[in-house]
Design a protein around this ligand. Sequence first.
Ligand SMILES: [Zn+2]
Length: 432
Amino acid sequence: MAFFQEKLETMSQEQLQEVQLEKMKKQVSHIYNNQQFSKKRFDQEGVNPGDIRKWEDIKKVPFTYKKDLRDNYPLGLLSGNWDDVVRVHMTSGTTGVPTPMVYTQNDLDVWADCMARNFIAGGIKKSDIVQQAHGLGLFTGGLGFHYGLERCGVKMIPTGAGGTDRQLRLMQEWGTTVFTGTPSYAAYIGEIAIERGIDPVKDLKLRLGFHGGEPCSDELRQRIDERLGYKAHGGGMRVCYGLTEMGGPSAMDCEYITGIHIWGDHYLVEVLDPETLEDVQPGKPGELVISNLSFEAMPILRYRTGDRVIVNFDTCECGRTHPRISRFLGRVDDMLLVSGTNVFPSQVEYVLLQHAELSENWQLVIGDKKGLHTLKVEVEPAAGAQIDNAYIKQLEKELHSYLEITCNVDIKPVGTLPRFEGKAVRVRDERK
Ligand SMILES: [Zn+2]
């Protein structure tokens, strides 16, 4: 088993807790002394940096919410010196104010180290030829992957997203062994390869895929593994997790696929019951709350991610001692409220991809009919699949029993639904 920073990745749980407490103390006083917004919140809650002395005291640190980052856009949460800032990222913010993140050189180094640890834990080697197809730009994904990959000493081809035919040509010309990009782009590029008469198992050499930026079901992972030939070439797909509020993509599966490793010396992980705000029992689902222990410019403490997860704090088979997200159960932001029922798009994907007859090209349409909300899935069949009315009725039944709401199925001709080079848009809200 290879490591990027073996000592740090395998330190004992006790050591890890010590590091976390020390860093948390420093981070709290850094923020309190340099940032008006958080100082005010600490003062309101009657918490002084000196109150954080032992592990339990971490619970006194006030939470940070997505709203705080947006309300204080662009620089209200800056804790470091503006003079030391060397990079700015933000979410696309298509539906409102973006979520910003700024970095010192040290922050960028920490981030790149985390990503390099991930790639090596996922099985990447210096000899690998990597096509990096996460979008390069304001979005944290592309450059986060880019600098982490550079640190591993691989041969990187920074294509960015899109240009699918050129991506396929480069894969053949250069013998690319690793591909990165969103899961939906990986599935799409596999589809186009087959359409162009390229058999990824015979004609390409892809063995590893590092895919993030959107949720990915186990079913989709399996399809990508098979379609792009990762499994056939002795490797597999690794799922990446990250948030702009944490600095970007920074956590990933290792080779054992036992959960997404989050680096505890840089990020303190808590799993809380969103009602009582108490720690949940080990192995139970709760809301992921993350503190950035190492960043200088805009460190966010006790960030309420809204993500429902199960976290495993035991040591992994790979020897790494840091916590792992062993199940990702949904993102509160993605939850839809349809006629009083909560619907997660990931539930729809779960049902659809159980069917070999269906492709992974689908969209959920919420409509309006005489004041009532309606739900419809548009989906394309898999290549060559025959679908009749009885099949559609059966699928509607399955969706109903899983979602607990009526959901019609509309089978669309192959190639008519949108494809995505970045994050997939799975929901079309046509309510007035
Ligand atoms: Zn592991």
